[in-house]
Design a protein around this ligand. Structure first.
Ligand SMILES: Cc1cc2nc3c(=O)[nH]c(=O)nc-3n(C[C@H](O)[C@H](O)[C@H](O)COP(=O)(O)OP(=O)(O)OC[C@H]3O[C@@H](n4cnc5c(N)ncnc54)[C@H](O)[C@@H]3O)c2cc1C
Length: 404
């Protein structure tokens, strides 16, 4: 077993680490200052466009996409350590590299299931970073962790489909650059197979009947840098029938395919967030003194730091193993491991960030350090992309099957 990264990964890691030091970290404060001066807080600060241009120039672009025709052609194992690095600045770096959710999942989906016209119209401008996109599945009225509950209707009418429904927590949708929604709804709500009732359809933002109603907060944060999370109403929205992705009834399977890689990307970035938290915790702990010792000399803080290091190393190995399995036996073969990292990583990283908050005292919950926002972002991943309990249930069932 070889634990070293290969030459291409090492080369990209070195480049990306330098890009983070020279461009991304200094831009964190600039982005906030610029946002405060924008007409709308949902517009993109100029520094983000500068970062995108620089990343593109350096070849640090679309690294997430394994398909060499469209992206960098890296394996999951090669991309994992790079995504980890971007997770250290989760509100800027993934966007700078055109590797941010939900665009990544949407690009993968279009590359895999879109027809030539759909790829030309939507995948191409997403790949160049000209536009952003959103994925609209979750609904306020039903328990959406069970996708068979979705109530949005996609009704065929002549050469068109008509979409009616209400969605919320639709990431990226507040950003005016988000030009296209991939909407999941039911084309056959009474169909015998509950997993063949759903379809996916492309809905351009400017179609009459689409209303981006309000921004949903995350622990009080508006999450501007992610383009916000919106409540979106689709009221009699008519689109050409050619906007359907794949076939009628294929929506459930497409959603499953979309979420596999997305989950591993989130976990990789979470590990980067944990590394940033540990770094901040250590810097703070060695620089402040209480009761005659530095905070770092307190045994309890040393335990937090040691436990965090042990946990991060464990998580990274499991995430890398999962990436390797996805590359070698496919997403289906890596199902158990994908679920395992999706359960283990947010849970542990929330705890690591919480300890870093504690070590900072009041500063930890303040806007002067990124920790409070990192904590909120990590916490949401215990439910976004499938709540922990749903993954636990399915993983336990597969484990029990061996004994039944
Ligand atoms: C910041 C953020 C961004 C998001 N971005 C998007 C997006 O871009 N697009 C999108 O469509 N959605 C998005 N979501 C929504 C997210 O995917 C859903 O919240 C998630 O799938 C859960 O659905 P729900 O909220 O309806 O919870 P419910 O389905 O109502 O579940 C509530 C709780 O019930 C419990 N539960 C459910 N099923 C089981 C089970 N089988 N066993 C045991 N317990 C169970 C779990 O504890 C679960 O958390 C986002 C959410 C957040 C917070």
């Amino acid at each position: 077993m070889d634990f070293a990264y290969d030459a291409r990964t090492e080369e990209l890691r070195a480049k990306l680490l330098a890009f983070m030091d020279e461009h991304v970290y200094p831009a964190e404060a600039t982005a906030e200052e610029q946002r405060a001066l924008l007409t709308s807080p949902w517009d993109t600060p100029a520094v983000v466009e500068e970062l995108k241009a620089e990343a593109k120039r350096q070849g640090l672009w679309n690294l997430f996409l394994p398909d060499a025709e469209y992206g960098a052609g890296l394996t999951n194992l090669q991309y994992a350590p790079l995504a980890e690095i971007t997770g250290r600045s989760p509100h800027l770096a993934p966007t700078a590299l055109n590797c941010a959710a939900p665009d990544t999942g949407n690009m993968e989906l279009l590359a895999q299931f879109g027809d030539e016209a759909q790829k030309k119209q939507w995948l191409e401008p997403l790949l160049t970073g000209e536009i952003r996109s959103a994925f609209a599945m979750t609904e306020p009225e039903v328990a959406s962790s069970d996708a068979t509950n979705i109530e949005t209707r996609i009704r065929r009418d002549g050469d068109s489909y008509v979409v009616d429904g209400r969605k919320w927590y639709i990431s990226g949708a507040m950003n005016p650059d988000c030009r296209i929604f991939i909407v999941m709804g039911k084309t056959d709500p009474d169909g015998a197979d509950p997993r063949r009732q759903q379809s996916m359809i492309l809905v351009p933002r400017d179609t009459p009947g689409v209303e981006v109603r309000r921004a949903m907060r995350v622990y009080g944060y508006e999450d501007h840098s992610h383009g916000g999370h919106a409540e979106v109403i689709f009221d009699g929205v008519r689109v050409p029938a050619s906007h359907l992705i794949g076939e009628e009834g294929g929506g459930f399977a497409i959603a499953q395919a979309r979420l596999g890689p997305g989950r591993i990307h989130h976990c990789m970035r979470l590990i980067g967030m944990a590394e940033r938290a540990v770094e901040l915790m250590c810097r703070r702990a060695v620089s402040r003194t209480a009761f005659g010792k530095t905070i770092a000399q307190q045994g309890v803080v040393q335990n937090w730091i040691a436990d965090a290091r042990v946990t991060i190393e464990q998580l990274r190995l499991l995430v890398l193993k999962t990436a390797w399995l996805m590359d070698t036996v496919g997403n289906r073969g890596a199902h158990t491991e994908i679920q395992a990292i999706k359960i283990a990583t947010p849970r542990a990283v929330v705890d690591i960030i919480d300890k870093a908050v504690q070590a900072h005292g009041a500063g930890g919950v303040s806007q002067d350090f990124p920790l409070a926002e990192l904590w909120a972002a990590a916490r949401t991943l215990k439910l976004a992309d499938g709540p922990d309990e749903v993954h636990q249930r399915s993983l336990a069932r597969r484990e029990l099957k061996k004994y039944l």
